[in-house]
Design a binder for this molecule. Structure first.
Ligand SMILES: N[C@@H](CCC(=O)N[C@@H](CS)C(=O)NCC(=O)O)C(=O)O
Length: 277
């Protein structure tokens, strides 16, 4: 600890300095300590958004470390050497990976502040986790992605794709209508007539499914077909609007037009990387 405080290049005021500050004018003020909570991610990523919404629900201040388009920083690779994916939560310098794991970690670690994210009842928790995994699996379904790959100009679908593009393609193709109807039923059962899956306020399943709403809208722009159809899934359509308007979400929800541009820019960046020797 002492070593950390006195390492070269960083000057820290000692207690005696505090008593006689004017005698050592060459000393700079100590830099602020690094923030305790940092999120490594990108603005367009649904998985990253989950973490930010969870931290906001808990009222936990955090620093956002934006990754560069199509690249992975040394910090990301060092913090998530297994999957090499965002998000990573750095809490006191220690990494936590996988968005669902992180949301649960935030809920438990900051249990004393903000509102509860996972349901208190173990059975309800199991139900919400089940539907969260279902939603993730359906949105990211690779077979759906392959079947519609040619709808996005120039995309080579037999390559492993970044999740952003798989998400977009997954929303466009495959049997999403059935999944949306299943989730419509799940919403009715979980919300019990209230505004969110978790009841009166946003909770775990709201965060997981809600993080895709921007991408749903991007897919709608490309195809002209609604993903959450007001006629077929009216409860989910209304819930999506409520989720976007929630104070913990607001500006974190990416604009659909920007996401479409992002998809194109990412595709171009990947193609450029692929042609490099
Ligand atoms: N299951 C992971 C998925 C993480 C993930 O796929 N992250 C994407 C951004 S949404 C990513 O880092 N993509 C870069 C890549 O696939 O190389 C989670 O929920 O955290």
């Amino acid at each position: 600890m002492l070593e950390a405080l006195t390492r070269p290049g960083i000057e820290h005021a000692t207690s005696s300095d505090n008593q006689t500050p004017s005698r050592q004018p060459w000393r700079r003020a100590a830099p602020p300590p690094p923030p305790d909570v940092r999120v490594v991610g990108g603005w367009a990523s649904p998985s990253v958004m989950r973490v930010c919404v969870a931290l906001r629900l808990k009222g936990v201040a955090y620093e956002f470390l934006q990754e560069e388009l199509g690249k992975k920083s040394g910090l990301l690779l060092a913090s998530n050497p297994v999957h090499k994916k965002m998000p990573v939560l750095l809490h006191g310098g220690r990494p936590v990976c996988e968005s669902l794991v992180i949301v649960e970690y935030v809920d438990e670690t900051f249990a004393g502040s903000g509102r509860r994210i996972l349901p208190a009842d173990p059975y309800d928790r199991a139900v919400h986790r089940f539907w969260a995994e279902y939603a993730d699996a359906k949105v990211k379904s690779r077979s759906a992605a392959i079947s519609v790959g040619n709808r996005i100009r120039g995309l080579v679908t037999d390559l492993p794709l970044p999740t952003a593009l798989r998400t977009l393609m997954g929303m466009i193709g495959g049997d999403k209508a059935e999944a949306a109807e299943q989730l419509e039923e799940a919403f009715a059962a979980c919300s019990k007539g209230r505004g969110f899956f978790a009841g009166d306020d946003v909770g775990f399943l709201d965060i997981v499914l809600g993080s895709y709403v921007g991408w749903f809208r991007a897919a709608e722009q490309i195809t002209g077909k609604p993903v959450l159809d007001e006629a077929r899934t009216p409860r989910l359509a209304a819930w999506a609007a409520r989720f976007c308007a929630h104070e913990a979400v607001g500006d974190l929800m990416p604009d659909a037009g920007r996401l479409v541009e992002f998809g194109e820019a990412l595709r171009a960046a990947l193609a450029a990387n692929a042609t490099q020797p």
